[in-house]
Design a protein around this ligand. Structure first.
Ligand SMILES: *Cc1c(COP(=O)(O)O)cnc(C)c1O
Ligand SMILES: [Zn+2]
Length: 413
């Protein structure tokens, strides 16, 4: 057992374990199983400690204990602890009893990516790296750039050409080196992997390549446990690209169940856009294996990942979805736009299209009767609306005030 003693505090993370062949490795900078190329997952031995605290306090007072990072290496820009808001008007509009929205866009860089990247950067510090690389559709870029700035690391960032300027500018403003790559996201993914392999910089790409980052996503489950006073949602809607956010949340719930503080698990719903839905297509076709989509296209840039070259990530997420008794679903861009508008006008929540897809998916699954209208539903609002203003369509032009008061009153109506 590899529990590390330091200043009276234990680190509960134990090993990296292959999700395919189950070979175990020490906690090192590895990106895949050396035997079979499988996805690596951090294993923990909480030693009874967390369960004890959860049962007594109904919460984990120091959530850093749940992460595979030495506490003195943790980098904090204020990530996590996002609000859980009940959406009464929107619930009424779409005819569902209870809808809770997890405001992940309230994270410091405007998306949930601060969670996985926060752990990844902390691990870079712990391993002694001076430089990190990431392939991102934009939000991971901003997160890596912000954390790298805080930690004093150099950041190299590859984004698809089509990335909204708000995201590339944000990342560059934190001081990172941002490079645009032609073609779909998978091309950026490949480039970051090559740079990492050839120059030895730490790869923080938030797919399943870096086994530590998904542990940051796991914390969402612990926050929901607390925010819902120990109740477990019936269904959780998560917009997915490669899907680590969904896997991470489910891992958190599986841990909570293993501690004996919950007795059921939520059904996980993986939400994709029709123009990029490799996982949803495999699910609907009843296939076990996900196939990549080489020319994806949707307004939901944050979840536009065709998985070219790493379709096995999709297969892994599909397995998680099925294990949770959930499902995968895809929505068209028009329904995503409509949901984006409802979130703003009903709830005062301004989110980017990738986040709105979660709400569009709830409407579609109510219609298809895949969930019950009495279900207790949580949707993850993953990214802020200000991140992608080019996709915001106003139905009217914003007028300029005329000098004449009469005319002004006419405009005001
Ligand atoms: C990255 C991202 C997602 C998808 O998360 P994965 O963990 O990569 O599946 C969803 N929404 C937004 C806004 C994102 O930036
Ligand atoms: Zn293996």
């Amino acid at each position: 057992m590899l529990i590390i003693q330091k200043a009276g505090v234990e680190m509960y993370a134990k090993s990296l374990k292959c999700t395919s062949c189950h070979k175990e490795y020490p906690l090192s900078p590895l990106y895949e199983c050396q035997e079979c190329g499988g996805i690596l997952n951090v294993t923990f031995d909480y030693n009874g400690m967390i369960a004890e605290e959860l049962k007594k306090e109904k919460k984990v007072s120091n959530k850093a204990d749940l992460l595979p990072v030495k506490s003195e290496c943790l980098v904090n820009i204020g990530q996590g602890n996002t609000p859980l808001v009940e959406a009464e008007k929107l619930a009424q509009r779409i005819a569902i009893k209870k809808l809770l929205l997890k405001y992940e866009f309230c994270n410091p860089t405007g998306s949930f990516k601060d969670r996985p990247v926060g752990v990844g950067i902390s691990k870079a510090v712990e391993f002694g790296y001076k430089k990190v690389v990431v392939a991102s559709s934009g939000n991971g870029a901003a997160a890596v750039a912000a954390f790298a700035a805080k930690a004093g690391l150099e950041a190299l960032i590859f984004v698809p050409e089509s990335t909204p300027p708000e995201k590339t500018k944000q990342a560059a403003f934190y001081g990172a080196k941002v490079i645009k790559v032609e073609g779909p996201y998978s091309n950026s993914f490949k480039m970051a992997k090559e740079i990492s392999n050839s120059t030895g910089v730490f790869n923080l790409t938030t797919t399943f390549i870096n086994p530590y980052t998904v542990e940051g996503d796991k914390i969402v489950a612990y926050e929901l446990f607390e925010q819902m006073n120990g109740a477990v949602p019936d269904v959780i809607y998560v917009p997915i690209g490669a899907g680590p956010l969904l896997s991470g949340i489910f891992k958190g719930y599986e841990e909570l169940k293993s501690f004996g503080v919950i007795d059921k698990l939520p059904r996980m719903v993986g939400v994709q856009a029709e123009g990029c839905s490799p996982i949803a297509k495999a699910y609907l076709a009843g296939k076990q294996e996900v196939e990549s989509e080489d020319n994806p296209s949707t307004i939901a840039g944050g979840i536009c990942d065709g998985l070219t070259g790493y379709a096995k990530d999709g297969t892994y997420v599909l397995e998680t979805i099925k294990r949770s008794n959930g499902f995968a679903i895809s929505c068209d861009d028009d329904s995503i736009r409509e949901a984006q508008s409802w979130l703003a006008t009903d709830e005062g929540a301004f989110v980017e299209p990738s986040s709105a897809a979660a709400v569009a998916a709830i409407v579609k699954s109510l219609h298809e009767k895949s969930i019950d209208k009495d279900a207790k539903v949580v949707a993850l609002l993953t990214g802020h609306g200000l991140k992608d203003m080019g996709n915001v369509k106003l139905s009217i032009d914003i007028p300029t005030a005329p000098n004449d008061l009469g005319k002004l009153l006419e405009i005001i109506g």
